[in-house]
Design a protein around this ligand. Structure first.
Ligand SMILES: [Zn+2]
Length: 171
């Protein structure tokens, strides 16, 4: 377990992310690895003396998801509906829904974050539905107003600050 802080926002909620390109593969031979801040999205490299990582398939995600339940509504070209959030990160979320969502659909989302009026709006998110995960859908956030992004960031920061004992780094 390391304690790496984001050089941009100073928080230690960072996740090691996949190496991109030859340079980063080379750097990893010298214990320099890429990370992404889970709050501000800043990507950076950090030296971790003597630390060797072994990649597994699930490690390819860039953000860790926080388990949380609150309502979400969505609308797309031929679909609209509502669901209940299962988890959330600055990169996307997963929710239960009875709506007929399909992989590749683009939807607009309204996240009804607790104690917050109005909801956080994500202008565009791409849907991913897995056969192995019936009744649930995931989305990756594609486009939103900076003000909305900041509101969600603030909410996630509160969740983390509440001592959810998050362990974003998995060696
Ligand atoms: Zn940061």
């Amino acid at each position: 377990m390391t304690n790496i802080k984001c050089p941009q926002c100073g928080r230690d909620f960072v996740r090691r992310v996949p190496r991109a390109g030859r340079v980063e593969i080379l750097l990893s031979a010298f214990y320099v690895y890429p990370f992404r801040c889970q709050l501000c999205g800043h990507r950076f490299r950090s030296f971790q003396r003597g630390v060797r990582y072994v990649w597994v398939q699930e490690d390819r995600r860039e953000y860790d998801r926080i388990e949380i339940n609150f309502p979400v509504t969505f609308s797309g070209e031929n679909v609209s509906g509502e669901g209940m959030l299962l988890n959330l990160s600055m990169g996307g979320c997963r929710f239960t829904t009875t709506a007929d969502l399909g992989t590749g659909m683009i939807v607009k989302l309204a996240l009804q974050i607790p104690g917050s009026v109005p909801p956080v709006i994500v202008d565009a998110a791409v849907v991913i539905v897995r056969k192995t995960d019936p009744g649930n859908a995931s989305v990756e956030f594609l486009r939103w107003q900076e003000t909305e992004r900041e509101r969600l960031q603030h909410f996630i920061r509160l969740l983390i600050g509440r001592g959810a004992d998050s362990k974003p780094l998995q060696a």
